[in-house]
Each structure stands twice: as structure tokens, then as C-alpha cells.
Design a protein around this ligand. Structure first.
Ligand SMILES: [Zn+2]
Length: 299
């Protein structure tokens, strides 16, 4: 159980998985990355609207127009040319995780870094500046720092594995069964509690692995007025992604989770004494099944 925040790095150009700094640095020096970077730069120069200024207006008008007409032959629903150019531009920025802002925002950075003066109304200044801006945006996207939340109950390494599909639900289920602790008569209150939490944590990994892209959890401000007194409090809300986000869906989510676990337990190939005990325990505990410990995973 770790409570430290974990910092990882991704390359937004190649969309790598979050990794530690040394691996990320090795990635930046790899041939694959160097090649992707050239392709990225080409796409930025060709499509991103800010940089079309670097190409003679007639040229980009002609070559993009040709590409547009080509695409229009193949697709039925296509916006008018001007909107298509903007969409292409936006798509490229999104694909390579470029955080592109108005050029004015970058001038002071440019002047500090290059010790050159820049007047965006001057043609030569602007060309040199835009060229620098392309490389600046790419460099920024090459290294995106991500800090993962610290988790109170769950293990960050395990969550990292689940997020990157490095562990299957079957493996998590086996782990849940193998590590399952039953109470015995000599247990005091604390022992019992510790065992329940341990079981719930292992169950949580399975649930998270299956539903991580489907459920989310938030604390929502609820304002109530009773007899003229307004009160604001934070309420736990569960949502199903792509569905109505105004109502708490915890009942529905609970049912889905229970059905899913039930199904896993029903489909165990070789049933032994332990499995039978777990099944009975799960069956008797369904009413009291709580989503609380799962909150931190789905936040
Ligand atoms: Zn890369």
C-alpha cells in the first residue's frame, strides 16, 4: 500500500504509455520517436492553420483544396472547405497533444530564449517566430508529465497495470480467491475489519478492471433549502459514462457490479470448498454490498 503520488511521463507525439523518466528519455532517443517527430512536424506545417502563413497562400489553397475534393468524393458528410481546414488543423493538434495558443502568448518566451526581437507585423520576424513556435510546441508535447493520484487503500502499481491492460480479469479473480480471508471465532473487531477490507480491495481491482471506462464517481454540491435556510453539502454521486449526469446512479451500478461478480463466481470451472464458501459469503453479503471503498478508484 503506497500513499505517495507517482510521477510518470508520456510522449504526446507517439502516445506512449505512462513510464518512468529513464525509460521516457530512452524513448526520446529512439529511432521510432525521431521518425514520428518528423512526421508530426510535417503534419503541423501542412495542416495547422497558424502555420499556413509559412507557405505561399496560393500553394496551400491549391494543395489543401485538392485533398478536400478527394475526401469529398469518398465521404458523404463533409463540411464546407473553410470548416474542413479548421477541423483538420484541430485534429492534428489533438492527435499530437499540442497545446497551441495564440501566437502573442509565445512572443516573450521566444524573445527570452532566442535573444531576438519579434514584431508579429513584420513578415521576416513572423516567419522566424512561427518556425520556432512549431519546434517549441513539439518539444512541449514530447514530454508530458503526469502525476497519478495517491491511493489510500489500493496499490498504485496494480492500478497502473490494470490501466495498461497488463493484467487480466481472470488473474485478478484468481488473486481475489487465493487471498480471500475468512473470519474465525478468535478474531477480534480489528482483525475482522482488516480481513473485510483486504477482501474488498481485491474485489475492487476486479470491478475497476471491468468497469474503469464505464463508471465514474464524484462528490457533487447539493443545495437544499428547508424553511428558508439554505444548506450546501457534498454528496457522493455515481455516474455511468455517456448517460444522464444529473442523477446518482449508485443503485444501478451496485446491481451491475453484483451481477458481474456473481457471473464470475458462477463460471468457476473447478469448484472447491473455498469457492463454495466465498459464493455463500457473497450471496449473504449482497444486501450490504457497499460502493464506498470503490470511490477512490473511480474518481
Ligand atoms: Zn515519441
Amino acid at each position: 500500500m503506497t500513499t505517495l503520488n507517482r510521477t510518470t511521463y508520456i510522449c504526446g507525439i507517439c502516445n506512449t504509455n505512462p513510464d518512468q523518466l529513464s525509460h521516457h528519455t530512452a524513448h526520446l532517443n529512439s529511432k521510432t520517436h525521431q521518425e514520428q517527430k518528423i512526421i508530426c512536424e510535417y503534419n503541423v506545417r501542412r495542416y495547422v492553420v497558424d502555420f499556413l502563413y509559412l507557405v505561399n497562400n496560393n500553394y496551400w489553397g491549391i494543395y489543401l483544396q485538392n485533398e478536400y475534393l478527394d475526401e469529398r468524393m469518398r465521404t458523404e458528410t463533409i463540411p464546407i472547405f473553410e470548416d474542413w481546414v479548421v477541423k483538420k488543423s484541430y485534429d492534428i493538434e489533438k492527435k499530437y497533444n499540442l497545446k497551441n495558443n495564440y501566437s502573442e502568448c509565445y512572443v516573450s518566451k521566444y524573445e527570452a530564449e532566442t535573444h531576438k526581437k519579434c514584431d508579429l507585423n513584420d513578415e521576416i520576424d513572423k516567419i522566424i517566430f512561427l518556425d520556432w513556435k512549431i519546434m517549441y510546441l513539439i518539444k512541449q508535447a514530447e514530454t508530458i508529465q503526469k502525476t497519478e493520484r495517491s491511493l489510500k487503500h489500493f496499490d498504485n502499481e496494480m492500478i497502473h497495470k490494470i490501466n495498461n491492460n497488463e493484467i487480466t480479469i481472470d488473474e485478478l479473480f484468481n488473486n481475489y480467491v487465493n487471498c480471500f480471508c475468512f473470519n474465525d471465532d478468535n478474531d477480534n473487531y480489528n482483525d475482522r475489519r482488516a480481513k473485510i477490507i483486504k477482501n474488498n480491495i481485491n474485489l475492487g481491482y476486479i470491478v475497476y478492471s471491468n468497469f474503469k471506462n464505464k463508471f465514474c464517481f464524484k462528490f457533487v454540491d447539493i443545495v437544499t433549502t428547508v424553511l428558508g435556510q439554505t444548506e450546501k453539502r457534498k454528496s457522493p454521486y455515481w455516474f455511468i459514462k455517456d448517460e444522464d449526469l444529473t442523477r446518482d446512479k449508485s443503485h444501478q451500478i451496485k446491481k451491475l457490479i453484483i451481477a458481474f461478480i456473481q457471473n464470475l463466481l458462477d463460471n468457476v470451472e473447478e469448484e472447491n470448498e473455498k469457492i463454495t464458501k466465498i459464493k455463500n459469503k457473497f450471496l449473504s453479503g449482497q444486501k450490504n454490498f457497499s460502493l464506498t471503498i470503490l470511490q477512490e478508484l473511480f474518481k
